[in-house]
Design a protein around this ligand. Structure first.
Ligand SMILES: [Zn+2]
Length: 225
């Protein structure tokens, strides 16, 4: 689930201008989320508090509820969204993508669920897996190569082999791939930040998805001459 960050005072001592998270889209109506938020209760621990928030969507007028782990203002740690009710639906893909690769859709949804559970490394490696499946299912349909040829390539080689003549798709796939490796491998960069990495992965995944979607639309036009 994609979240956006907001700030407000929780009305509690060390939580003055506090960051909290919202799902980017209202889980009730699916519109961009711009709710009014009130703090309904909390439990304080030494470095952080668990806050219970109610958000009212101005479009559908319905509530959604969240619990969030919020660190004191003096801490630099980012807020974590612990629970959301109602859960909201998983991302809907275009029919062309669903038909090309049902397994991609399934993998992507698994990554989304990991993200909702704040399992950021798991989510990143899930998006990396989803990327590999999408590239290979696309190649299976359009490259003219056999399943054996396609499956013999690891993700790194598949990206250079199939995307080499399209810089936008090459770069966007590389970002998902390399950050995905950081989330998966034992050795990772110093100052590695799972939450920041996840945001980067999702931004570049969007670019890649829009390229694949465009290609599919061009390959399957609703009219012909
Ligand atoms: Zn709504």
């Amino acid at each position: 689930m994609e979240t956006v960050s907001w700030h407000m005072s929780m009305g509690v001592g060390n939580y003055v201008q506090t960051e909290f998270l919202l799902p980017r889209f209202c889980p009730n109506c699916g519109n961009g989320n711009n709710p009014s938020t009130t703090q309904q209760g909390y439990k304080l621990f030494e470095d952080y508090g668990i806050f219970f928030l109610i958000h009212t969507c101005p479009v559908c007028r319905k509530f959604h509820l969240t619990t969030q782990k919020i660190y004191k203002d003096s801490s630099n740690k980012p807020t974590e969204l612990l629970t959301l009710y109602p859960k909201g639906s998983l991302r809907k893909f275009s029919t062309l993508i669903e038909e090309l690769s049902p397994r991609f859709v399934d993998s992507y949804h698994q990554a989304e669920k990991a993200e909702v559970a704040s399992s950021y490394d798991l989510a990143i490696s899930g998006y990396r897996t989803a990327l590999e499946i999408l590239i290979k299912d696309y190649a299976k349909e359009y490259s003219g190569e056999s399943v054996d040829q396609i499956s013999s390539l690891n993700l790194h080689r598949a990206i250079s082999h199939y995307l080499n003549n399209d810089p936008s798709s090459l770069v966007s796939a590389d970002v998902v791939h390399f950050i995905g490796n950081d989330a998966t491998h034992w050795k990772r960069p110093e100052n590695y930040d799972s939450q920041k990495s996840l945001i980067q992965v999702k931004q570049y995944f969007e670019i890649f998805l829009s390229i694949i979607k465009t290609r599919l639309m061009v390959n399957n036009p609703p009219v012909s001459r």
